[in-house]
Structures are given as C-alpha cells and as structure tokens.
Design a protein around this ligand. Structure first.
Ligand SMILES: Cc1cc2nc3c(=O)[nH]c(=O)nc-3n(C[C@H](O)[C@H](O)[C@H](O)COP(=O)(O)O)c2cc1C
Length: 369
C-alpha cells in the first residue's frame, strides 16, 4: 500500500481495464449543497473548479467526480472513429523539483519503485495518445453523463481530429467529431490542440496559429451556437499572443496548460515508458509554475489586446491554496487532473465541506456505480 493506492486511476492496470473497472473509489461522500453563483459561459456554477479532459474516461467517472463536488466536468478527448491507446504503462511517478517555465529541464527521471511523499506532491508522466471508443458508444455515454450532473454543474466534451497527411483532412475531421459531440448534446465543446504524447499532426496544433484559427473558424460555423474552448500546451510570450489572436474571434475560452512534453527516463537513462516513447507529458505538482505563468501572460495579453476570450487555468493544482492562486492570477476557472486523481476530495476540501485530508487512505478497487 502506498501513494499509488490513493489514485482513482489504477496505474498498475491498462487503459481498457480502468475504463471497465474504474474509477477506484469506495469512500464516503459527505452531503453538500448546490449554490450556483459562479459565472461560466452564460451559466451559473457552484464553483469555478473542474476536472480537465483526461481523468473522466466515461460516464462512471463523470458521475463520481460530479458527486464529489467538481462542477466543470470535461469528458476525455474523443475522436470521430475508434482509436487505440498507447500500451501500458500509461502513468509513472516522476521525481522532480518545481519545473521553471522558461528553463524546463532537458530530461526527468521516473525511478522504478519510487513514490512521492504525499498525494499533494505527486508529479507523473502520462502517455495515452488520445484513445477513443467508437462514436456510437461515446455519444450514448455523453448523453448518460449529462443525466448525472447536479444543479450548478456543466459538461464539456473534448474532441480532436485525426491527422492523416493533410491539413484539409484534419480540419474536416475536427468538423466531423465536433458535429458528433453536438448531436450527443454537448453543452460546450473543447478543441484539443495539444497532446504531448503525439509529437506531430493533431498533437501540436497549438504551435501553428494559422491552422488553429482555421480549425476554430470552421468548427464554430459547423456547430453554431455551441460555445467552444481551446486546450493548449505550454506556450508563452509572442507565440501565445499570436495563437490567442488567431483563435479569439471563434472561441469563448482557452484552457492551459496540457501536460509538459519532456524526455522521461529510467535510472539507466533509457526512455521510462517504452523505447519508442522518448518524450511524454509531465503533469501534477511540478508544473504549477508553468500553468500559473501561462495564465498570467494570457491575462495580460487579453487585457492589452482586448481579446474576447476567457482564460482557464490548469496544471499542478493539488491543494485549495493552488486554486486560489490561479484565480488571483486571472484564471476565470481552474482545472485539476493529477491532483483530483490522487485526492478525489479536493473539491470538497476547497468548498469547506471537508477538512483537508492528512491521512490518505487507500481507495477500494470497486466502482460505486
Ligand atoms: C491520466 C491523464 C489523461 C489525460 N488525457 C488528456 C486528454 O485526453 N485530453 C487532454 O486535453 N488532456 C489530457 N490530459 C492532460 C490534463 O487535462 C491536464 O492538462 C494536465 O494533466 C495538467 O493538469 P494537472 O497538472 O492538474 O494534471 C491528461 C492527463 C492525465 C493525468
């Protein structure tokens, strides 16, 4: 038993096992009341706190985290066709200090059998490659997810097009998958323009502002009336400004950051996940300064250039204090993925329903639903 066992996502099992058997949680959930008062894209939510695309593999996961008081729930990125995940392992602990946004390390180590000192200090590397179920299956499940939300909560459906050699084809596939999400009843659609585990094509759209603007424009025409968000990786300075200018006319908000793409090696200096995965996404505690710097810069640019775009913060939030720091720096809502994976009570702690956990008990292996 260790920190690994406090995670709702079982790192020792593969993606499909987690989809079928997860989430791993049998704890008690104290009662809490809905109080919709925070503005979020034309609605009122109970809080500005959410789970970004990634942890909510299906409606069972959406239902659990909604009942745990997370009010913005982003369904894990889906595609216009079935798509396999990268092979297991998909998550490993990484031993690192806080990563400096302007001087990220060249590589980090994921030591075998090492565990972080507490769930609040967890940094992991994740590598999934944006797998997707067949649309018929995820569309039904999105509908089911909508029925599990409480008053003052909202669902976002994250989508990605698949690059098959041409940018025209990628734009068309984004239109296809966003239209499928719209048919399924998605109240908000997020265009995932970054995946640190896919090193070209759809994984790096956020570094190509003309392509990002093109996709955002075409999707906004195709799904008229549905608010759009864009998810980006770590981008700062002029590059961030150019991207914001390209997408601002078409989308309501930008969510950053995705996991930081870095070389993660084992103690022998070899790629830690598998020989062909030389880089992977690093997320959790150590990327908080990267996420905060992104939010600060995005906010400054938004104010200077009058971009009509909300800024949503993500990265390294593992405590209530971190949520408050993001809000202070200009984020209009805050997302936590790794933090909520290892401490599912984070929202209830933030809302004052529970005292911050000091003694994290391992979670049971069965799902409550
Ligand atoms: C298990 C896992 C799966 C993820 N899958 C996705 C995904 O499908 N789409 C996406 O946009 N981001 C994905 N992410 C990235 C998160 O949304 C988030 O941007 C990143 O983890 C940084 O936040 P954190 O430090 O709170 O974990 C994933 C992250 C994790 C840990």
């Amino acid at each position: 038993m260790g920190i690994k066992d406090t995670s709702t996502y079982n790192m020792e099992k593969d993606y499909y096992e987690n989809l079928q058997e997860g989430p791993r949680f049998m704890g008690e959930i104290p009662p809490w009341n809905s109080k919709p008062s925070f503005p979020f894209i034309g609605q009122r939510l109970n809080s500005p706190l959410g789970i970004p695309a990634g942890l909510l593999l299906d409606s069972k996961w959406v239902g659990l985290y909604a009942s745990l008081g997370f009010d913005i729930l982003a369904y894990k990125t889906v595609r216009s066709h079935q798509y396999p995940p990268h092979p297991w392992p998909n998550c490993l602990f990484v031993k690192t200090d806080m990563i400096k946004p302007h001087e990220p390390p060249t590589q980090l180590v994921a030591p075998k059998d090492w565990e972080p000192p507490s769930p609040r200090r967890v940094t992991i590397t994740n590598s999934f490659g944006m797998p997707s179920l067949d649309p018929i299956r995820w569309q039904d499940d999105v509908e089911k997810s909508l029925g599990l939300l409480k008053e003052g909560q909202v669902l976002i459906v994250s989508v990605v097009g698949t690059f098959k050699g041409s940018q025209e084809g990628l734009v068309e596939d984004f239109i296809r998958v966003a239209s499928m999400a719209s048919e399924a009843g998605a109240p908000i659609i997020e265009l995932n323009f970054s995946c640190p585990n896919i090193t070209e094509g759809e994984g790096t759209i956020y570094t190509d502002p003309p392509l990002a603007g093109w996709i955002a424009r075409e999707v906004s025409k195709a799904v008229k009336g549905i608010p759009l968000l864009v998810k980006v990786g770590l981008l700062l300075g002029q590059d961030l400004d150019t991207l914001m200018r390209a997408i601002a006319p078409w989308v309501q908000g930008v969510v950053g950051i995705n996991s930081v793409s870095l070389a993660v090696v084992n103690e022998e200096g070899k790629p830690a996940l598998s020989p062909d995965r030389k880089t992977s996404g690093v997320c959790g505690w150590a990327i908080r300064q990267c996420g905060l710097t992104f939010v600060k810069e995005a906010r400054t640019m938004k104010e200077k250039e009058r971009y009509e775009l909300a800024i949503y913060g993500c990265g390294g939030v593992t405590e209530g204090e971190h949520i408050r720091a993001y809000l202070k720096h200009g984020a209009q809502a805050v997302f936590t993925c790794t933090g909520a994976m290892f401490n599912p009570y984070l929202a209830l702690e933030y809302k004052g329903v529970m005292e911050p956990q000091t003694n994290h008990k391992p979670l049971n292996y069965q799902s409550p639903v």
